[in-house]
Design a protein around this ligand. Structure first.
Ligand SMILES: *Cc1c(COP(=O)(O)O)cnc(C)c1O
Length: 383
């Protein structure tokens, strides 16, 4: 039998050939301006963080985490069902439900764990899952783990989804439609109202992943339907770590006793929940903060004559993986940290630069970035 490392070297070489081998970069924070990061000793303005509201560095949020460590220590010590369910969980779940306008919420170890736990808990062999083609990896992982039949509909195509339902729904006991409110790599939004109508018409449930939703805007009609499950994360706009599900009390109770990623994994540290709770206080007290990332994204798309931004995420599709990497390096030379996103995170041939905008970016920083991109595009065109 070949040695493990020999096999890994061969596999690595194959990935390297396709420019798909990835190495972790050390990204520091310089403690000053919170969108400024350091890489290789250089200061860069980051347009690659999901810290949409800058809450990871917010004094009140940091103080809440410190205070919780003093009170509870570091780790939670056990799963939520054993002895890990400290009082901060209850408080934070109540706030999440209030913020999202649902009856209840259930916190998981991460957004990834919330999705795989919820999907496997709701669906089994007798079920059909119909997921948007561009659904995040953890939604598809959850679908596969559940042993339900997985079918995928063309991105944001209500017609394609309806066709699949028409053809296959009757062969299964349960059916779950899956989509994202804001798509993580494209920044576009799902036709939620129409998908809810489809779910109702075909006696199905709808799971909406809101990981990249900064506020509560997409919930206007969601919370009105009993058959909608919302999953999200505490790790992006809320500046902490963890994931959660919002919906009925019935749903939250059921997940707490059946979702394996919750039952068999240690509870989150009190400091992490305390930070999320403090972040929720801020977004509820200052709802105007939530609008800023989209305003910055819109400024950027208008400066570059791109389609108007519909979320804080703006993709610039380049196509070729190496070209996307080169553009990312060139922007780094200009002082901007912008990630190149490549397959398999995005479909082959759609490598891209992905810009994420934060409430902390000044208009001036956005203008500077747009100018650097413009110059890069001109150089490319001339080459
Ligand atoms: C980031 C993300 C997740 C995972 O959330 P984590 O809390 O980082 O595990 C799930 N779904 C989508 C769409 C995401 O972008």
């Amino acid at each position: 039998m070949p040695a493990l490392n020999d096999i890994l070297r061969i596999r690595r070489a194959k990935l390297e050939d396709k420019h798909l081998f990835r190495e972790l970069q050390v990204i520091g924070r310089d403690g000053g301006d919170v969108v400024t990061v350091t890489r290789g000793g250089r200061q860069l303005i980051s347009f690659s963080s999901n810290d949409y509201l800058g809450l990871t560095q917010y004094p009140q949020v940091m103080a809440a985490a410190r205070h919780a460590i003093d009170e509870y220590g570091t780790g939670a010590g056990a799963s939520r069902l054993i002895t890990g369910n400290h009082p901060l969980y209850v408080e934070c779940e109540e706030k999440l439900a209030e913020w999202k306008g649902t009856e209840a919420a259930c916190i998981f170890g991460s957004g990834y764990l919330a999705n795989i736990g919820t999907i496997t808990s709701l669906m089994g062999k007798d079920g059909l899952i119909i997921a948007d083609k561009l659904s995040h990896a953890c939604l598809l992982d959850g679908a596969r783990l559940s042993s339900a039949t997985l079918r995928r509909f063309a991105h944001n195509s209500v017609d394609n989804c309806a066709n699949i339902l028409e053809k296959h729904r009757n062969n299964y006991n349960n059916c779950l439609l899956i989509t994202e409110a804001v798509f993580s790599m494209d920044g576009d939004t799902a036709p939620l109202e129409q998908l809810i109508q489809l779910a109702e018409k075909y006696d199905s449930w709808l799971l909406v992943d809101e990981a990249h939703v900064v506020g509560t805007e997409s919930l206007l009609f969601i919370s009105k339907s009993e058959n909608v499950v919302v999953t999200s994360t505490l790790s992006k706009a809320l500046g902490s770590y963890g994931g959660y599900v919002c919906g009925s009390q019935e749903l939250a109770d059921y997940l707490k006793s059946t979702a394996r990623s919750l039952v068999y994994s240690t509870a989150l540290p009190a400091s992490v929940i305390a930070a999320a709770s403090a972040a929720l206080d801020i977004v509820m007290q200052k709802p105007e903060l939530i609008d800023v990332p989209l305003m910055r994204a819109k400024l950027f798309t208008s400066l570059l004559d791109l389609p108007v931004a519909t979320s804080a995420i703006v993709p610039l599709i380049v196509g070729d993986t190496q070209k996307a990497l080169n553009m990312s390096y060139a922007l780094e030379e200009e002082g901007f940290l912008v990630s190149a996103i490549r397959p398999p995170t995005v479909p082959p041939g759609t490598a891209r630069l992905r810009f994420t905008f934060s409430a902390l970016h000044s208009e001036e920083q956005v203008r500077g970035l747009a100018q650097a991109v413009r110059i890069l595009q001109a150089t490319e065109a001339a080459a």
